[in-house]
Design a binder for this molecule. Structure first.
Ligand SMILES: [Zn+2]
Length: 288
């Protein structure tokens, strides 16, 4: 696990075991707030140790930015913390999360000790502000990557924990294209110092706008290309040929994993747009 200090009291932890997934910690005199956890117990335990032993404060809150396993599996290692999330995260953890954890525990000895923890503080719309030891963490709903995704901002430092809304390539297999565009457009209107992505490197102030614009271009590009192909009656084989570079992104980040994410994005969006077209075709004769 790599550890980086992004402000006096704000740390980022990056997994060396799974897809450069990140977690964060805000250390205050009244305790710590942890934003997401790492999937392998050995790495989350290092975060617990760093906060409790090196800084001598308890972890008071754990924020689950969304229900996906790579971000929530470590929640159970913060035994005395209260857990905060969007209400949809609670629902999804309690259904899909519960099922997938049962499968993971059966198949992986490393994961056998993980227990499901459901959030005990949930919110819906608007901004939830958490005040602790002179620091304010603001959270709001930011769907797109997943229905329950939220974004967190350390208000005093203007440091953004974007979770998987920002990663080297937008990933929408469990999300929604329109929501993703709306969430990214909203980010463009807000100034930040540093941005912590859900996976990959910290983005510095001068690079934030560029990064968000690039992600919007990528999402619009795959949408345009797939729509055009569907109009021309092309099938999935043709859509699969859309290269990641043709939409302005490199295939290198996350040790090449982005190439796989791109394939899944194209497949997901193809299905969604195809379904939309079929619904329109079915509804037309009735309208006539
Ligand atoms: Zn993730």
């Amino acid at each position: 696990m790599l550890r980086e200090r992004v402000a006096n009291n704000v740390f980022v932890f990056t997994s060396e075991l799974y897809a450069q997934v990140t977690a964060g910690a805000i250390i205050t005199p009244a305790g710590a707030i942890v934003i997401d956890t790492l999937p392998y117990p050995v790495e989350t335990r290092q975060i617990v140790q760093f906060i409790e032993e090196r800084h001598g404060v308890p972890v008071r809150y754990v924020v689950n930015t969304h229900y996906h396993a790579d971000h929530t599996y470590g929640t159970c290692f913060f035994k005395h913390a209260r857990v905060v999330s969007h209400h949809l995260c609670y629902e999804l953890l309690n259904t899909r999360g519960r099922e997938s954890l049962a499968r993971t525990r059966r198949s992986s000895r490393d994961m056998a000790e993980i227990r499901l923890v459901l959030p005990d503080i949930v919110f819906d719309e608007g901004v939830l502000s958490l005040h602790l030891g002179g620091t304010t963490l603001e959270m709001w709903h930011a769907p797109g990557h997943s229905p329950d995704s939220i974004i967190c901002m350390v208000k005093e430092e203007r440091i953004l924990f974007a979770a998987d809304t920002l990663m080297p390539l937008p990933f929408l297999a469990d999300g929604n294209w329109e929501d993703y565009i709306g969430t990214l457009e909203d980010l463009l209107t807000r100034p930040f110092e540093n941005v912590i992505q859900g996976h990959g490197e910290v983005i510095l102030r001068g690079e934030v706008q560029e990064k968000v614009k690039e992600d919007l271009e990528y999402l619009r590009c795959i949408h345009d290309k797939i729509s055009e192909m569907l109009r021309k009656g092309k099938d999935f084989d043709a859509v699969e040929q859309i290269e990641i570079e043709a939409c302005g992104k490199s295939r290198i980040p996350l040790n090449g994993l982005v190439q796989q994410l791109h394939r899944t994005n194209v497949e997901t969006l193809y299905q969604a747009l195809k379904n939309q077209r079929e619904e329109i075709e079915v509804s037309q004769p009735i309208a006539n």
